[in-house]
Design a protein around this ligand. Structure first.
Ligand code: AMP
Ligand code: GLY
Length: 441
């Protein structure tokens, strides 16, 4: 197949790397220097649907894969499909599951999907009321896209109000105030063609900037898979209670969701709850999930794009584990410094089991690799188990040098321990139980 991948980051580099293993002709826009090693790069604006569709037509692409949320929300997948080309990625209307947290809540309510209680607020007075109704810790979310940085979780009421004030100040500002969910988080990607749902392997992401889950939220500082500690029936439960009902609800509304439904979940003592939906592969979780997928990616994505997922054979997984550590630029996630030279990528890849994926990188005029974004590299380690994969990934990170950079030292260091199910589900008003004991509602 001739495949065009849209997006600039390590997620897209991971996708391109997996597609390359299938021997396909690959193109990317805009891509990055790492992607450029396996795909032909095109200087096309990823947000411009007409330009992406024109490029896909000119290339006579068999498939376009849209990586990031912003082009999806902007309707790039619609433009490609309108040009008669198969596209993996939801329509703008379906991508609203990520583009508006208030819309996602509405769909979850209609589909009976377990999630945090929430108030959608458009004034500061409503926010204050909701904060007091739920109590601390406070969870305040910008309704719209914010690259993983629109959410504040804090015990400090003033900080929660401040964040809400900032979100409300934007045009059409809407804020979602939520009940706090405790318990470990899981990311599960569910591929869908609008009807059939095929789950990938669950992964765990580390969202906070610093070790010990300290510091601000980021796009994600590292991830691992598999989750050896997760309940064995978790994936089936998420499909049955979250992904399939959501996909069905979207189809019934006439806005089918075809692409990846990223289910961000919290396994609370009262059962599993959706924290968020995204309309695309997660970054950095994709880097570890695809490192473990043995099934050819191109055929899977093509089947989803053309509505043939029900005919696709069951997915196959490698026995290996994968861990990725993000190397972030000085200042990330706040003001990021660009232009610092990156050294040691090839050296890192000499470590058996390591591959390095590019995100915010650029080639300087003299050809040297320099930083050009917040998350600069995603170093992936593959090994027989999570502990080995983790050691491999950090051995790779050690060989990379980027002035002023930072990375977390505790990715996949400790596995969460799930609370024993406390029986609260018996009088719970709906949400699922992750021990699968109940089928309680
Ligand atoms: P989101 O953009 O909705 O995924 O939120 C980003 C991160 O904020 C999540 O991965 C969680 O770590 C945290 N978060 C979001 N919502 C909640 C919640 N209701 N309770 C606790 N933490 C949350
Ligand atoms: N890793 C979180 C995200 O992709 O949104």
């Amino acid at each position: 197949m001739r495949i065009l991948v849209i997006g600039p980051g390590a997620r897209e580099h991971a996708i391109v790397r997996s597609l390359a293993a299938g021997g396909h002709e690959l193109h990317a826009a805009p891509g990055n220097p790492g992607i450029g090693q396996v795909a032909t790069l095109h200087a096309v604006d990823a947000l411009d649907g007409a330009a992406v569709a024109a490029l896909a037509t000119e290339l006579a692409a068999d498939l376009v894969v849209v990586g990031p949320e912003a082009p999806l929300v902007a309707g790039v997948a619609d433009a490609v499909r309108a040009a008669g080309i198969a596209c993996f990625g939801p329509s703008a209307e379906a991508a609203a599951l990520e583009g508006s947290k208030a819309f996602a809540k509405e769909i979850m309510a209609a589909a009976g999907v377990p999630t945090a209680m929430a108030h959608v607020c458009t004034t500061l007075e409503e926010v204050a009321e909701a904060l007091d109704a739920f109590g601390a810790p406070h969870v305040v979310k910008d309704d719209g896209l914010a690259a993983g940085k629109g959410v504040v979780v804090t015990d400090d009421r003033a900080e929660a109000l401040d964040h809400a004030r900032g979100c409300l100040a934007r045009a059409g500002g809407t804020v979602v105030v939520e009940e706090y969910l405790d318990g470990p988080e899981v990311s599960l990607f569910c591929v869908s063609d609008g009807t059939t749902v095929v789950p990938l392997a669950p992964a765990q992401d580390f969202k906070r900037a610093h070790d010990g889950d300290a510091g601000p939220n980021t796009g994600g500082m590292g991830a691992y898979s598999p989750l050896t500690w997760a309940p064995p029936g978790l994936v089936d439960e998420v499909v049955a209670r979250v992904a399939q009902p959501t996909v069905d609800e979207m189809r019934h509304r006439g806005t089918p969701f075809a692409g990846v439904l990223y289910c961000g979940l919290a396994l609370t003592s009262r059962g599993m709850r959706v924290i968020e939906f995204n309309a695309r592969f997660g970054d950095p979780e994709t880097q570890v999930v695809l490192a473990r997928l043995a099934t050819p990616l191109a055929e899977l994505l093509h089947a989803a794009a053309v509505g043939h997922l029900h005919e696709h054979s069951p997915l196959r997984w490698r026995d290996d584990a994968a861990v990725t550590v993000v190397v972030a630029a000085h200042g990330y996630p706040a003001g990021v410094r660009a232009g610092d030279p990156i050294e040691g990528v090839a050296d890192a890849e000499q470590v058996p089991g390591v591959h390095v994926l590019h995100a915010g990188t650029a080639a300087a005029a003299d050809g040297t690799l320099v930083s050009a974004g917040g998350r600069v590299l995603s170093v992936v380690g593959v090994g027989a188990d999570v502990e080995t994969a983790r050691a491999v990934a950090y051995a790779g990170v050690e060989r990379i040098s980027l002035r002023g950079s930072h990375h977390r030292g505790d990715i996949a260091a400790r596995m969460p321990v799930l609370d024993a199910q406390d029986g609260a589900d018996a009088d719970d008003d709906g949400p699922a139980s992750f021990d699968l004991g109940g089928g309680d509602d």
